[in-house]
Design a protein around this ligand. Structure first.
Ligand SMILES: [Zn+2]
Length: 222
């Protein structure tokens, strides 16, 4: 798979430092799982973060505090590694054609989901995040040859293509590509392959729909 569109540098740094919302974190994690270039860049950010911590002035803490923190970090890292590296999860994700983080979250393939049709050729599946998690996460399936209505995005939205491809004013986005819509843009995506296009969309705010669509936006829950 050749990935052409990546998250921007600021997004990747925010992901590395854990400051992105849960919804956006999931989209970036899915992209990183499929993108060797971002995996390398992420390692650089993590090494830079480590170097900064190394140079920070030490402050006095209670005895045993450092050991407790290090043990907690170790335990969490071990758990995360065990989850992500489990051979059965890797095999299952590959079989389902999903990035590992999404495979873990959905537990089934894209064809087994209860898609909700919201317009001719367009269906969505909302993914429940943990209670208290920030942002909204959903999958959208657009049939081959269909277009979405023109709409706008605010900062804090990312779309990753899982299957098929679409084209808009920015370019062509295919499997693994991520549209980091961190600016006020408006676009009209049109599917651009012989198959349905399925995207994972993480957002912190609802879309800005135009005209009559704004009236039905609460019903569509977009
Ligand atoms: Zn990338």
């Amino acid at each position: 798979m050749r990935v052409h569109h990546h998250p921007d540098c600021a997004t990747l740094m925010a992901y590395a430092s854990g400051t992105l919302s849960e919804a956006l974190t999931m989209v970036v994690a899915c992209h990183v799982a499929w993108c060797p270039q971002c995996q390398r860049e992420l390692r650089c950010h993590e090494e830079t973060g480590g170097a900064i911590i190394d140079r920070m002035e030490a402050v006095p803490v209670k005895p045993g505090c450092l050991d407790a923190v290090l043990q907690r970090i170790d335990a969490e890292c071990r758990e995360a590694r065990a989850r992500d590296c489990a051979p059965e999860l890797a095999g299952e994700a590959h079989r389902m054609g999903l990035p590992r983080p999404l495979c873990r979250l959905l537990g089934r393939s894209l064809d087994q989901l209860a898609w909700r049709r919201i317009a001719p050729g367009v269906a969505v599946y909302r993914i429940n995040l943990a209670r208290g998690a920030r942002g909204r996460l959903m999958l959208m399936r657009i049939a081959s040859g269909k277009a979405l209505p023109r709409h706008g995005h605010s900062a804090g939205e990312m779309t990753m293509v899982l299957r098929g491809a679409y084209r808009d004013e920015v370019g062509r986005f295919a499997m693994g590509d991520i549209a980091d819509l961190g600016h006020d843009i408006e676009h009209k995506p049109v599917t651009d392959s012989g198959a349905d296009c399925i995207c994972l969309i993480g957002s912190e705010r609802p879309w800005r729909l135009r005209g009559l669509l704004r009236l039905v936006q609460p019903i569509l829950r977009l």
